[in-house]
Design a binder for this molecule. Structure first.
Ligand code: AQP
Length: 361
């Protein structure tokens, strides 16, 4: 159930969603927005941190509140172009993954970002209110740009947060469901909304709130000091929602741990074991204290196998549905077309107003 805590501007619901960054809204309607890059099969970090909370939003949002979920393929090319042969299949795989996890394409407007030209147009407009120096200070930019030698960083990577702001503001989003890794981008987004409103003397854009789930930063299985990520070169670092039972067991068994002995919860000196306990608690919807007590006196291997069991149990229906959906690609394309048709109506209407405000019309 959704619970809004006023004053602290916090929103909670069944999976413990939390709305950060207070802000006013010029609209009375909640507009929920989120996006995911088609850069691989969603992993359990995406699932716990973003997809599961989205399903909760879908079930509990006020009727009449638009829910927009975008497969952000323009963002996926900010680290370089995507091979023609992969582009379409990546989008279909992400769409199948979201549907298999429970996204309902009637309740949610599930659409493909590049199909709505207004995203890039608004990003251009917002770029006039943004500086290169500020974008260069974004932690995600600093981190991802290190991967390019001799400063050969694609332009899109720098502009990523501006495009992300355009994604949300184009629909006059009031609530943005994203993991903790997106907080800096959300701050930039709210600054842009305020700057636009201030410069054009309007209250057209609501100031969106960031909404994060309880599991806002799921860690990598192989290096628990970093977040689980689709683009980590090691597939052992993450469990994908389509992984077979055997693969889930293999990845859990190979997850970083130690040789200290029985299970104890000590995130500082035993980060690998603590990470496994966190995952087990997340999948069983229990507290760390309760799961630590359960495994007291047990070996780490027992914890790994038990974790594999609960993850596999959750993923079993999802992986079946995922593979079945992927064998009907025309159906996936139809679902995306349907979402695109609904999204573009809102995008065009808002863009006409934005152009009016800016004196372009
Ligand atoms: N490890 C994570 N824990 C919790 N939430 C996460 N998210 C991503 N990783 C974790 C959340 O999932 C949503 C979609 O993310 P994305 O695919 O658009 O981009 P990302 O954050 O960059 O995710 P990845 O897996 O790390 O993708 P790549 O490797 O392609 O960059 C977001 O809400 C994100 O917060």
């Amino acid at each position: 159930m959704l619970r809004v805590v006023s004053g602290a501007a916090q929103t909670y619901c069944r999976v413990g969603l939390r709305a950060a960054s207070s802000g006013s809204s010029s609209s009375n309607t909640d507009v929920w927005f989120s996006g995911i890059q088609p850069t691989g099969v969603p992993h359990i970090g995406n699932y716990l941190g973003f997809i599961e909370p989205w399903i909760d939003i879908q079930e509990n949002a006020r009727s009449g509140s638009p829910l927009l979920l975008s497969i952000v393929d323009l963002h996926a090319m900010t680290v370089g172009p995507v091979q023609t042969s992969r582009a379409r299949s990546n989008i279909r795989e992400m769409c199948a993954g979201l549907l298999a996890c429970g996204v309902d394409h009637e309740e949610t407007i599930l659409f493909q970002q590049s199909d709505i030209a207004e995203h890039t147009q608004l990003a251009w407009f917002l770029g006039s209110l943004q500086t290169i120096t500020k974008l260069q200070r974004m932690p995600q930019y600093k981190d991802k740009s290190k991967k390019f030698k001799n400063g050969q960083v694609p332009l899109g990577l720098l502009n990523y947060p501006v495009l992300q702001a355009a994604d949300v503001l184009l629909y006059k989003g009031t609530h943005v469901a994203v993991g903790e890794d997106q907080t800096q981008h959300m701050n930039l987004l709210t600054d842009l909304a305020r700057n636009f409103n201030g410069f054009y003397e309007t209250d057209f854009f609501p100031i969106p709130k960031q909404v994060t789930g309880t599991h806002a930063r799921v860690k990598s299985l192989s290096s628990p000091d970093t977040k689980m990520s689709k683009s980590d070169p090691s597939s052992l670092s993450r469990i994908e929602i389509s992984d077979s039972r055997e693969m889930v067991f293999k990845k859990c068994r190979r997850a970083l741990s130690d040789v200290v002995g029985d299970v104890t919860y000590d995130p500082m000196s035993r980060p690998g074991v603590a990470n496994l306990l966190h995952l087990y608690a997340a999948f069983t919807k229990r507290t760390i204290q309760s799961v630590t007590e359960e495994f007291a006196g047990n070996s780490v291997l027992a914890l790994k196998d038990r974790l594999a069991e609960v993850v596999d149990e959750r993923l079993e229906p999802i992986r079946q549905s995922y593979h079945s959906l992927l064998s009907h690609t025309a159906r996936i394309d139809d679902i995306l077309d349907y979402g695109n048709e609904r999204a573009v109506v809102i995008a065009r209407r808002n863009m006409a107003n934005i152009k009016n405000i800016m004196g372009l019309k």
